[in-house]
Write a protein that binds this ligand. Structure first.
Ligand SMILES: NC(=O)c1ccc[n+]([C@@H]2O[C@H](COP(=O)([O-])OP(=O)(O)OC[C@H]3O[C@@H](n4cnc5c(N)ncnc54)[C@H](O)[C@@H]3O)[C@@H](O)[C@H]2O)c1
Length: 281
């Protein structure tokens, strides 16, 4: 029987690291500037804490190494691998590195992504293409090379990182389009690879405070505005996304595939306050 335990054994009596210990994961974009906690770095650290061995992939070798140091400091096992996941050769090499070092591959956290702001009028053709290459092609290429290795393991799981910008556009049009493609890719992959025991899910983060958003300078007012966009009025962090990724890769999610998990403190639930006009509309 594929997928670990028989259903009669499932209950409260499962370990907190269910399905994660002894497994091997690739996390793309697993670095983050300085000691900041990006979505990939958080997922890598949390997976390692549950006993998964992690290949931390980043185009910036130093940032990947820093994540590995953080993992090692808490007793986890990881290696850093420098790769640009928009390149097929680099994706093939990153999977080889996982197999060389750990002899198996179970999970892929397809986390690389870059932002862009503006309408299609503002967006240059070159920037549009770059965004699709980094945000969509990277996921296609990483999965294309990871899936044969996961198949050889016998089963596994993939998370593709989208954004609430795909669900609720607000002036980041090219980014919204690229992240919408990630959702469609997730669902199509879930259909294609379900019978092979490979689950494919998506995490759609809201405005979380990571180096990607604060590196280019964010005013205190802008940061506060992002916090207040949440119905909970709390600020999201990379850890919130890392926990969601870890859950979806674990066997706690063994019956979940093709799902888009919104992690946004309720940001997408509300529009700005407006007069209901007496009709409740
Ligand atoms: N931060 C947010 O508010 C937010 C919101 C929604 C979605 N997301 C998504 O979460 C993901 C991670 O975002 P983050 O905020 O943690 O970003 P981040 O910039 O903090 O970290 C991303 C890492 O990816 C690496 N990277 C970029 N291009 C790469 C490439 N071609 N090959 C290999 N590595 C590459 C960078 O060097 C960086 O270390 C992205 O897909 C992003 O679109 C973030």
């Amino acid at each position: 029987m594929r997928g670990a335990m028989a259903s009669s054994q499932i209950g409260f009596d499962v370990p907190d690291n269910w399905g994660l210990t002894g497994k091997v994961a690739i996390v793309t974009g697993g670095g983050a500037a300085g000691d900041g906690i990006g979505n990939g770095r958080a997922a890598a650290i949390l997976l390692a804490r549950a006993g998964t061995r992690v290949v931390v992939v980043d185009r910036d070798a130093g940032l990947a190494k820093r994540t590995v140091e953080m993992i090692a400091a808490s007793g986890g096992e990881a290696i850093a691998f420098s790769a640009d996941v928009t390149r097929a050769g680099d994706c093939a090499a990153m999977v080889e590195a996982a197999l060389d070092r750990f002899s198996r591959l179970d999970f892929l956290d397809n986390n690389v992504g870059i932002g862009s702001r503006g309408t299609i009028i503002d967006e240059s053709e070159a920037s549009w293409r770059r965004l699709m290459t980094v945000n969509v092609d990277s996921m296609f290429l990483a999965a294309k090379h990871a899936i044969p290795a996961i198949r050889r393991t016998g089963a596994g799981a993939i998370v593709n990182v989208s954004s609430i910008s795909a669900l609720r556009p607000r002036g980041l049009t090219a980014y919204s389009v690229s992240k919408g493609a990630v959702i469609a890719l997730t669902k199509a992959m879930a259909v294609d690879h379900g019978a092979e025991g490979i689950r494919v899910n998506c995490v759609a983060p809201g405005p979380v405070y990571t180096p990607m958003v604060y590196q280019r300078g964010m005013s205190a007012a802008a940061r506060e505005g992002r916090r207040m966009a949440s119905t909970l009025e709390i600020e999201g962090t990379g850890w919130d996304i890392g926990h969601a990724v870890r859950f979806l890769l674990s066997d706690f999610a063994r019956y979940i595939t093709g799902h888009v998990l919104v992690v946004d403190g309720g940001t997408t639930l509300t529009a700005p306050e407006r007069d209901a006009g007496g009709a409740g509309g």
